[in-house]
Design a protein around this ligand. Structure first.
Ligand SMILES: [Zn+2]
Length: 469
């Protein structure tokens, strides 16, 4: 989704679950759970306050000698000291709220995987690497990859055969010699300055063409409702219309969002022959969410536009979604978690009706994760790339975690909506963005970067009040 954040390991198991979980970029937060005694918090440690206290975004987690702290690994849970809790660790905390943003942790479980300094990663190049020739020649160079800047040194092991990676038999989707869209596997270590020292980089072919196709030969087509003449998006399978979404009528808003989306596409994203066509549509949907379909169609909900505060936030959300597409996350999920595409289970639509639940509809196509969020690893990758992209476009990246804060503070108390039934997502997202900013851009001063524009304010005015849930 746009950014929809979800629990780690979350899998789309069933349509029922999809409905229960359906949602937003940033989902809900914790306050709804604050009324009950036992509460769970899940997020990355963003700061250490003192010996007994760590912080996850704005929430302080206090421990006492009675608190139990464990590290979890493949072989189970092992006790550790609370002093060993460190920034960057992904933790699960059980306890109680003492006050607003003040939490007493009875038990903290650390999932160390995300705290490691050594990264083994895999990503598609989102643009043509400037130092491609140097890297191919065994010389030092830089490689922008996976939301990081990798320093490829003389000692970096490399499998970098351009002809082999771009041979037409491989993926058939790149022009010979052009590397944007190619796959790179790497091992690297994070440096103090936020760059990565690459130990190994391996260049591989791009994803196959069907990685960027909608499943079941579905086509997403802009159309007009025959009776009312209003603008809609149709999901067609052959001649059969499987679903329809209502587009926002305000043309100026559609144009603003399209413009912004185009301006955010990484250089070269369309220069390759990847079968992606980025198209940006504002759909009438009160959920604070956006979704990118495998073929580059992006759905921006009116609820998102209503809630979002400035252009930096929107640019981040859209950059995150663009990364989901360019990184072929839908295909990766099929490959890595489900093994095969699921069958089409859309019930069909009543004439003239619109899709009532987008999450359920996408689940019926087997792509619920575009709305509900992908696995944590893929969401984090989209966040890293999204941050890098907004920074390169001159935006203030602090607005990315600020959007998580907005959701937590503004909507966290709502318990009536299914959107807020899961308190994890905004906290995980906001805390991950916070540590990633500190990790990859340590000490950077963001004053003077772009936060908002007149075009955004004009869009908000044209949008007017919208329903948000
Ligand atoms: Zn996402």
């Amino acid at each position: 989704m746009i950014t929809v954040a979800r629990e780690p390991g979350w899998r789309l198991a069933s349509a029922r679950r999809a409905v229960a979980l359906a949602v937003a970029f940033i989902l809900a937060c914790g306050s709804s759970a604050r009324a009950s005694n036992k509460v769970k918090l899940h997020g990355y440690i963003t700061a250490r306050v003192d010996d007994k206290t760590v912080q996850i975004l704005d929430d302080r987690l206090e421990t006492t000698p009675a608190s139990r702290v464990f590290i979890q690994d493949g072989s189970g849970e092992h006790p550790m000291k609370s002093e060993e809790l460190a920034v960057g660790m992904l933790v699960d905390a059980e306890g109680q709220w003492l006050d607003r943003h003040k939490f007493f942790a009875e038990k903290i479980t650390v999932d160390l995987r995300e705290g490691d300094k050594k990264v083994r990663g895999t990503a598609y190049l989102q643009e043509e690497p400037a130092d491609a020739n140097k890297i191919a020649a065994g010389q030092p160079g830089q490689l922008k990859l996976d939301g990081y800047l990798l320093e490829v040194g003389r000692n970096t092991k490399r499998e970098w055969n351009v002809a082999k990676a771009t041979a037409s038999s491989a993926g058939g989707n790149v022009t010979a010699g052009q590397l944007a869209a190619c796959h790179v596997k790497y091992t690297a270590t994070l440096r103090k300055d936020g760059r990565m020292d690459a130990e190994q980089v391996d260049l591989e072919p791009p994803a196959s063409a069907d990685a960027y196709k909608m499943p079941h030969d579905i086509q997403v087509v802009r159309a007009k409702d025959a009776q009312t003449g209003i603008n809609i998006l149709e999901f067609r399978q052959g001649k059969k219309v499987q679903g329809r979404l209502k587009l926002l009528e305000e043309r100026s808003v559609q144009e603003y969002v399209s413009h912004l989306g185009d301006s955010l596409l990484p250089a070269g994203a369309e220069g390759t022959s990847r079968p992606i066509e980025f198209r940006f549509f504002v759909v009438e949907d009160p959920e604070i969410n956006a979704a990118s379909l495998p073929d580059g169609t992006m759905l921006i909900n009116t609820g998102l536009l209503g809630a979002i505060q400035n252009e930096s936030q929107l640019a981040f959300v859209m950059s995150h979604e663009i990364a989901h597409v360019l990184q072929a996350h839908y295909k990766r999920e099929v490959d890595e978690t489900r093994g095969q595409r699921v069958g089409l289970t859309i019930a069909g639509i009543v004439a003239g009706a619109f899709i009532g639940d987008v999450g359920l509809f996408m689940a019926g196509m087997g792509i619920a994760s575009v709305v509900n969020g992908h696995q944590r690893e893929l969401e984090n990758q989209a966040d890293r790339l999204g941050l890098q992209n907004v920074i390169e476009h001159g935006y203030d990246p602090r607005e990315a975690p600020n959007f998580s804060r907005l959701i937590i503070n503004r909507y966290g108390d709502r318990t009536t909506s299914k959107l807020w039934s899961n308190h994890d997502s905004s906290l995980i997202r906001g805390s991950f963005l916070t540590i990633q900013l500190e990790r990859a851009y340590p000490g950077r001063n963001w004053d003077g970067t772009k936060k908002n524009t007149k075009a955004f304010e004009d869009m908000k005015e044209d949008l007017g009040p919208v329903k948000i849930m």
